[in-house]
Design a protein around this ligand. Structure first.
Ligand code: IMP
Length: 203
């Protein structure tokens, strides 16, 4: 049976992000491939406001915005922490819960106190990463990666970012703030989504 996915055959792929870390990770992923990886900043494209109400919606919005501005295929990601006992919060608002100062101690405290208010029996959570690859003709492909785990308190470790210090992946004892960063990359939500993307569109 033919693949239901579109294979990438273009000469340039634009990463719809201004985040140097994301650009580095994605460039590494495509090392040795016969196309150039550039960024939205290289094309002087601003990041759009994330106005959709889902990870998929925001990932597609970001990719499409860059495609429309450059006329070239683009890839974008949207990620966050999802806590089922909090009806999915902070979810797409993961970055926004940290406020304009990007205060993740405050954001983690908010997650923990919201959980305590539910009784705190269910501390399960997952990180999610949605990747959207969009083409100038309107076609797009979407891939979702997850890592399941649970939330601990107090936060531990300073090797990660965001909500990492309060997240322990299933089967591990160390938080994502304590674990070897390479290990986190290997088992994380981004690696999961990237693996699905590469298998489908960059075989
Ligand atoms: P994005 O840049 O719109 O995808 O925002 C993602 C937000 O989700 C980040 O600011 C973090 O708060 C959170 N997040 C996503 N991935 C991770 C992770 O691997 N560790 C910790 N927090 C994460």
């Amino acid at each position: 049976m033919a693949s239901p996915h579109r294979i990438f055959t273009e000469t340039e792929l634009v990463l719809a992000s201004h985040n140097a870390g994301k650009l580095r990770e994605i460039s590494a992923l495509f090392k040795g491939r016969p196309f150039q990886v550039t960024s939205a900043a290289d094309h002087e494209v601003q990041e759009p406001e994330e106005t959709e109400d889902s990870f998929i919606g925001n990932a597609v919005l970001k990719a499409r915005h860059t495609v429309d501005a450059t006329g070239k295929p683009a890839i974008a990601d949207d990620s966050g922490l999802v806590v089922p006992a909090l009806n999915g919060a902070p979810g797409i608002y993961s970055a926004r819960w940290a406020g304009p100062d990007r205060d993740f101690i405050m954001a983690m405290q908010k997650v923990n106190s919201s959980l305590a208010a539910t009784g705190g029996a269910d501390r399960r959570a997952y990180f999610i990463c949605v990747l959207a690859l969009a083409w100038p003709d309107g076609h797009h492909e979407v891939f979702e990666g997850r890592v399941n785990g649970e939330l601990v308190w107090p936060p531990r470790g300073d090797r990660g970012f965001g909500y990492d210090p309060m997240f322990v992946a299933r089967g591990y004892d160390l938080t994502f703030g304590e674990i070897d960063p390479q290990k986190k990359l290997d088992i994380g939500h981004r690696a999961d989504a990237f693996a699905k993307l590469v298998a489908a569109c960059f075989p």
